[in-house]
Design a protein around this ligand. Structure first.
Ligand SMILES: Nc1nc2c(ncn2[C@@H]2O[C@H](COP(=O)(O)OP(=O)(O)OP(=O)(O)O)[C@@H](O)[C@H]2O)c(=O)[nH]1
Length: 333
């Protein structure tokens, strides 16, 4: 039997920043159990009333191996030493498929995971990217109500995960590595359109040689490429170099995040967040519709027939789509 949720006690615990309450509250808001959904709504409504200045929400992305965990460990411990309270969340679309949670792995952030001023939560595996995004957005609200003034959301560049994260944060930071030749190789064009700050990581001595100069060349090339892609946009994303391992340049990266925030200003930030809420609303609706389509009895009844007819060339795709949609509509009316 699941424990019943004492929403009032949970709200009080979260408000006091008690770790156990924060962890439990996140479990409740992430849960898809019907009894939790009711508690989650009550909880989120009550937490929304906790007055806190808006936290700094930063998305951090980069390919596997770019050094995200090491960077977050370095940045996070600097921030907590400076008096901040830091929450780390993760959006890992691969956990949707495997049911496992990879990102936000505490063992890879050994100092931050035992830091009393930090709270790390791995990616939920909530069924779909939309489900993960919903869970993470709500976890972010819990962390903020608990007094975390910085929330870092880590993601890898799989599928739509970067765009999803960019839509839930104030500033999107992309970590990359210096490459010889084409700096853009391996960077999805879409990334350049959504980044606010870029950092060329591992700008240190490794494999027996210094990579700081390569990183600076890479940063210059990337800055040029960004100017081409973004044109004369209001904000020209800065490209800096850093090393999560030695900590060099990490403060500079954070300064750039701060500059981006200053550039938005309080009104810009409020507008951005309001627009994100609207986009998120529709993303949730699309996600839910997709789920309903998959579980529709009407669609299930005609699916095999339609499949056979399309494969044999009997039924053109637009007509096939109409048939599936009619079956779905029949289901929902
Ligand atoms: N030289 C150097 N190596 C680094 C740096 N940051 C991370 N590494 C190394 O790069 C490897 C990957 O680091 P992680 O921090 O686990 O990277 P990640 O991007 O979180 O990795 P994934 O789990 O694969 O997504 C590890 O072997 C780190 O020791 C850095 O700034 N400089």
């Amino acid at each position: 039997m699941p424990r019943p949720v004492d929403v009032e006690a949970l709200v009080a615990g979260v408000r006091d920043g008690q770790r156990a309450a924060v962890a439990r509250a996140i479990t409740v808001v992430e849960s898809s159990r019907p009894e939790h959904r009711v508690a989650a709504r009550e909880l989120l409504t009550a937490l929304a009333e906790v007055e806190r200045p808006p936290a700094t929400r930063v998305g951090i992305s980069g390919v596997p191996g770019v050094g995200k965990s090491t960077f977050i460990e370095s940045l996070g411990t600097r921030l907590t030493s400076a008096g901040h309270r830091v929450g780390v969340l993760a959006v890992d679309p691969s956990s949707v498929r495997t049911g496992g949670s990879v990102l936000g792995d505490k063992t890879r952030m050994s100092a931050l995971s035992v830091d009393p001023r930090a709270f790390i939560r791995p990616s939920p595996s909530a069924g779909t990217l939309g489900g993960v995004a919903r869970a993470t957005t709500q976890a972010m609200l819990v962390l903020e109500a608990a007094g975390h003034d910085v929330v870092l959301v880590e993601t890898v560049g799989v599928g739509q995960s970067e765009v999803t994260v960019a839509r839930m944060v104030d500033t999107f930071l992309f970590l990359t590595l210096a490459r010889t030749g084409d700096q853009l190789q391996g960077i999805k064009k879409g990334i350049l359109e959504i980044v606010d700050v870029v950092a060329v990581n591992k700008a240190d001595a490794h494999e027996g040689q210094s990579h700081a100069a390569d990183a600076r060349v890479a940063a210059r090339e990337l800055a040029g490429a960004l100017r081409l892609v973004r044109g004369h946009a209001e904000w020209a994303p800065p490209v800096v170099t850093c090393s999560g391992l030695t900590g060099e340049g990490v403060d500079d990266v954070w300064d750039r995040v701060g500059q981006h925030r200053d550039h938005l200003g309080p009104d810009g930030l409020a507008r951005k967040r309001a627009e994100q809420q609207l986009e998120f609303t529709w993303a949730l609706v699309r996600d839910e519709l997709d789920q309903r389509l998959r579980s529709s009895a009407g669609v299930a009844a005609v699916r095999d027939d339609v499949r056979r007819a399309v494969l044999s060339g009997e039924l053109p795709a637009p007509l096939a789509a109409d048939r599936l949609l009619a079956a779905y509509d029949g289901d929902s009316t």
